[in-house]
Design a protein around this ligand. Sequence first.
Ligand SMILES: Cc1cc2nc3c(=O)[nH]c(=O)nc-3n(C[C@H](O)[C@H](O)[C@H](O)COP(=O)(O)OP(=O)(O)OC[C@H]3O[C@@H](n4cnc5c(N)ncnc54)[C@H](O)[C@@H]3O)c2cc1C
Length: 382
Amino acid sequence: MSRAHQRSAGGVPDFAVLGGGLCGRLVAWRLAGEGHRVALYERGGPEGGEAAAWVAAAMLAPLAEAAVAELLITELGVASLESWPRILAELPEPVFFQRNGTLVVWHSADRTEAPLFERRVRANAPRSLADANFVALAGAQLDAAEPALAGRFARGWLLAGEGQLDNRQALAALAAGLAARGVETHWHTTVDEANPPSARVTIDCRGLGAKAALPGLRGIRGEVARVHAPGITLTRPVRLLHPRYPLYIAPKENDVFVIGATEIEGEDRSPVSVRSALELLSAAFAVHPAFGEARILELNTQCRPTLPDHRPALIWDSKATLRVNGLYRHGFMIAPEVADEAVRVAQALLDARVTDADSFESLRRASRWGEMLHAQGAHEPA
Ligand SMILES: Cc1cc2nc3c(=O)[nH]c(=O)nc-3n(C[C@H](O)[C@H](O)[C@H](O)COP(=O)(O)OP(=O)(O)OC[C@H]3O[C@@H](n4cnc5c(N)ncnc54)[C@H](O)[C@@H]3O)c2cc1C
């Protein structure tokens, strides 16, 4: 066993992970799987109710998201989509995971959105990915792809191979995974700059809670509805092109549908506005009138942790802290690769393979995802 793989007995843990939302759970679980002694601190409980991840739709849609994201995000998403089944297979509890593509449709009044969406996706995604997976459907083809919507839309696209999972099951399974791997979990424990826990290396995954340490970080409010609609059988997430923001309906298990999401600048966590509720629910009703009889389980808001360049970042403070943040609207889609990269950098810090700007730069250059790595000060995303 290398030094990095020996679990430190007694004394301070190898790693303190701050924030046990999506990223913190995944990083802590991976590090514990490598044999390290890990402590995790989360202001909320093991269910994950304080995390942006609790509210997310957890769609894994790198091609659809290419309409609003750049190549780095698409590539992280494509690689992560391959990793999720392996991760979920190792967790002690089942998590709903599906890889049945995304269906994109539009109403005729919004038809000018369609060529714009296609142009953006093709401009941002690797050509081979778009050519292989962007499948135009019309009439009977569309009806056959999603029979519940037969006759409702004239045209659409199937973005083949895209996926989704159940966010809340994933958080629960990761919490069980942390327990199984012996992570010291400190639930209901808020950590701020004045009371850092001791550890040899700290990994800050507090999402928007890391604002004091990352002044450029901001929240982008997202509102979603969860409804129960037995009798509507959608076999994959459906995206509805819309001039204001992309709307989607993600079917989960047990006839639950997540309908989202608004994108509003600001960190307002007040309840969903009437306007947003009307827009989200009418969008669902317009996709399938049977949503009119659905029961509203929840209207909820959360804020996506976002850096100025809308890209994820792993920021080293030049000492013993690595901050992992900026997962914005793509956290589930890119988390496996981001977490793997965080584990790699954190282990290099523990092993003293990274001690100064030069050794950090060497690590950055050797990484497939070097674009995400920044030394604090050098990185103030513009
Ligand atoms: C409406 C909405 C829809 C979304 N849909 C999707 C989607 O379909 N697909 C997708 O890929 N992504 C989606 N996302 C994005 C995704 O949820 C986020 O990118 C992801 O959750 C970010 O992960 P994180 O671990 O960085 O932050 P979080 O999940 O927010 O976790 C941060 C954790 O840190 C804890 N914390 C904060 N401060 C402290 C403190 N001081 N001490 C201790 N703990 C602290 C918090 O309680 C929280 O649990 C969506 C987000 C929203 C809001």
